[in-house]
Design a protein around this ligand. Structure first.
Ligand code: UDP
Ligand code: MG
Length: 323
């Protein structure tokens, strides 16, 4: 039997939280009675600096039943950071943690399947949406475009997986070693490695309240995801510089020929040739400088260089994580 933490970031969710708590309580009790999880398992709400009565509700749930716990962030730090706060807290208290949204969009019935995969040996179980019919056309196409772009930029991501997932204690220890400030969980978790599995579930409509991800936040999220994982945009600059430099050679040849045949006004060839050439050289130099900035960016992230999955040695217990 394992101790499970369900971590739920909440930002202004007073409308939906009572229903979420009610349903989760039923689910957790069933799991405890069925022997799937220990009786001291928890539902941990993380209040991400809400301005409404969310924290008051969490306090009330905690007072009524020790099944519910709460963390309160001092300020609104965004979904990813709130989730991280919950997961890092859970790391020291549980055998496995499941992260899910507060709005009941993630089907809580999938938890059984998560736990089964975990028992079979998966350290990370991804909840993957079987269809996207409950989303608007706009959200569906933009999401698809986003996964495509990320794929092209070489960032490994599980398509149609949001932040509904189970992570074992060992995977959480691994996550804790990614100390970058701009944390993009969906990109980082696949990097942690270890055996993983996927569970398909149907995503529902938001039960109550408004989405906390307006277009502006969604765009910022996408840009954050790209820029915290890929230096390919810098490489594009170098490639463009090289291309323009090549074009400039052709332009130079063309202007020289035209000048030789005497069809030009004075100074035309020099100006045209140098505009292209200098433009190309400048872009190329920017790309070179960018390469070094890319290196600095990687160094400053100070990501773990490896995580051990298994050790076969007489003196060391197996399955330890080390940096
Ligand atoms: N959330 C958060 N901080 C924020 C924005 C959102 O903790 O600044 C939480 C929110 O309470 C919810 C989850 O992140 O539990 C996902 O947000 P939402 O359901 O609004 O996003 P959507 O499903 O519309 O993409
Ligand atoms: Mg939602």
């Amino acid at each position: 039997m394992k101790r499970l933490y369900v971590v739920i970031p909440c930002y202004n969710e007073e409308e939906v939280l009572p229903e979420t708590a009610k349903r989760l309580k039923v689910k957790m009790q069933a799991l405890i009675q069925g022997g799937a999880i220990t009786p001291d398992s928890r539902v941990l709400f993380v209040d991400d600096g809400s301005k409404d009565g969310t924290w008051g509700l969490i306090q009330r749930f905690h007072g009524e039943d020790p099944l519910f716990g709460g963390l309160k962030l001092s300020h609104n730090q965004g979904h990813q950071n709130a989730l991280l706060a919950g997961l890092l807290y859970a790391k020291d208290h549980c055998d496995a943690a499941i992260s899910m949204d507060a709005d009941l969009q993630d089907d809580i019935e999938a938890i059984d399947a998560f736990l089964r995969e975990y028992e079979k040996g998966a350290d990370v179980v991804y909840g993957v949406r079987s269809k996207r019919e409950t989303d608007t056309f706009f959200k569906r196409t933009t999401a698809l475009g986003f996964y495509r772009i990320m794929g092209l930029l070489g960032v490994e991501m599980i398509p149609n997986h949001a932040d509904y997932r189970l992570m074992s204690q060992r995977a959480l220890e691994g996550l804790a070693q990614y100390r970058e400030v701009n944390l993009f969980l969906r990109g980082v978790v696949p990097l942690i490695g270890y055996p993983s599995a996927q569970v398909y579930y149907e995503r529902h409509e938001r039960f109550a309240g408004q989405s906390k991800y307006p277009l502006k936040k969604m765009l910022a999220f996408a840009v954050d995801g790209i820029t915290s994982f890929s230096i390919k945009p810098i490489r594009l600059i170098t490639a463009l510089g090289f291309l323009i430099f090549l074009v400039s050679l052709v332009v130079l040849l063309y202007t020289l020929c035209t000048k030789l045949f005497g069809y030009t006004v004075d100074g035309w060839a020099t100006i045209l040739g140098s505009i292209w050439m200098i433009g190309g050289i400048q872009l190329l130099c920017l790309g070179v400088i960018g390469e070094y900035i890319g290196k600095i960016y990687r160094e400053t992230k100070a990501r773990p260089r490896f995580l051990l999955e298994c050790v076969l040695d007489e003196d060391t217990p197996s399955s330890s994580t080390m940096q």
